[in-house]
Design a binder for this molecule. Structure first.
Ligand code: NAD
Ligand code: GLY
Length: 347
């Protein structure tokens, strides 16, 4: 049985359906929601041979597509521009529909193209990685990277529809599945420790649909309160402050986003202990190891702090660090840069 959640955002309601086998039924759900004259699907060269035909074959109206090369290095403005050209070449208008079929990279790029093409065209997200299903397809953050850093250009733009089919995860490489589990563990630590118990099971993959639903509910609730990331939504960045710095030092190649978040969460728990809280790092390390994720920060601490500070335009003088006092409860803690510097040197 599919489950449905709704999220009200500034540009309208986003309906999120979660159910095994949903992809085979996608067009009927899409046409219940939209009345386009044509549809344009954006996907990548890995996902296209797996799922594009299944989706395309369900439509009797004209369907065009853009295939982008897979990989974070293609999450850039030139890729968005190539999508605009394809949209124009295929006669897409503001009444038509853009579908993102892929992982977080495809979703972020396509969302940004949909937000900006003709000042906004309807968007449906069909996430195909675990990370995209539990996180990036929900909540309306879209964007691309610049040579200076990740996600520096973007827009908040809610997809009108999100279709999450856990069965497509069967083709994911184990390491990519593990990337998504890092975000799952994040949700467990910030808001619902039941997710941690499910993830710790030997057969956690058998529970993945339930895990996805629990994560999406948390994200929906957080984004409903703070869509534009000025307060509560920052808790979704647990593990991301040091994680992003590590990702940057690895030139976005040595560590995937999920791996960096896993290491960042371990650092954040050690840092919380250093400030007098309970040390939650031992059970966290055990869980991440069980899930096939790294837990050790191998970069120079001074370099980590420098990389983190280069984000200071986002933070101002203090850094909003997400600390977890007990599993399931996160706090946004403004830390002066000096204090954070000292804490990072102790890691
Ligand atoms: P990704 O999109 O690069 O996908 C990882 C790999 O899996 C790619 O090679 C892709 O082709 C392949 N793939 C996708 N689905 C597949 C399937 N079903 N079977 C086999 N292979 C498949 O990476 P990701 O981890 O999904 O997303 C990471 C991106 O998401 C980053 O750019 C990150 O910044 C972004 N992100 C965005 C948000 C947000 O709120 N918008 C949140 C978290 C992360
Ligand atoms: N993944 C963080 C956010 O959506 O805010």
């Amino acid at each position: 049985m599919a489950q449905t959640f709704s999220l009200s955002g500034a540009n309208g309601v986003s309906d999120i359906h979660i159910g095994t086998g949903l992809l085979r039924n996608a067009a009927s759900l899409i046409l219940d929601t939209f009345s386009p004259s044509r549809v344009h699907i954006v996907t990548d060269t890995t996902v296209a041979p797996l799922y594009l035909d299944t989706l395309k074959a369900q439509f009797s109206l004209p369907v065009s597509e853009t295939l982008i090369p897979a990989g974070e290095e293609h999450k850039r403005l030139s890729t968005v521009e190539s999508i605009y050209h394809d949209l124009l070449k295929n006669g897409m208008t503001r009444k038509d529909l853009i579908i993102a079929l892929g992982g977080g990279v495809v979703g972020d790029i396509t969302g940004f193209a949909a937000a900006t093409f003709l000042r906004g065209v309807s968007l449906c997200q069909i996430p195909t990685t675990l990370l995209a299903q539990v996180d990036s397809s929900v909540g309306g953050k879209t964007g691309v990277d610049l040579p200076e850093g990740k996600n520096l250009v973007g827009a908040f733009y809610q997809p009108r529809l999100v279709l999450i089919d856990p069965s497509v995860l069967s083709t994911l490489p184990d390491a990519t599945f593990a990337d998504g589990m890092a975000e799952v563990v994040k949700y467990g630590y910030i808001a619902n420790k039941e997710i941690l118990s499910l993830s710790a099971k030997t057969d956690y993959r058998q529970h993945i649909e339930q895990i996805i639903c629990e994560c999406v509910k948390i994200k929906r609730d957080v984004v409903a309160i703070d869509e534009h990331d000025t307060g509560l939504r920052m808790i979704l960045n647990f593990g991301h402050t040091i994680g992003h710095a590590a990702e940057k030092l690895g030139n976005y190649v040595d560590l995937t986003h999920g791996q960096a978040v896993a290491i960042g969460m371990v650092c954040a728990t050690k840092l919380a202990a250093e400030r007098g809280g309970e040390d939650l790092s031992t059970p966290l390390i055990a869980l991440l190891t069980h899930l096939g994720l790294p837990t050790v920060l191998s970069y120079d601490r001074e370099a980590i702090f420098e990389a983190l500070l280069s984000d200071k335009k986002k933070f101002g003088g203090t850094i909003n660090f997400i600390l977890v006092r007990e599993p399931g409860r996160a706090e946004i803690t403004p830390l002066p840069a000096e204090e954070l510097h000292e804490l990072i040197l102790k890691l």
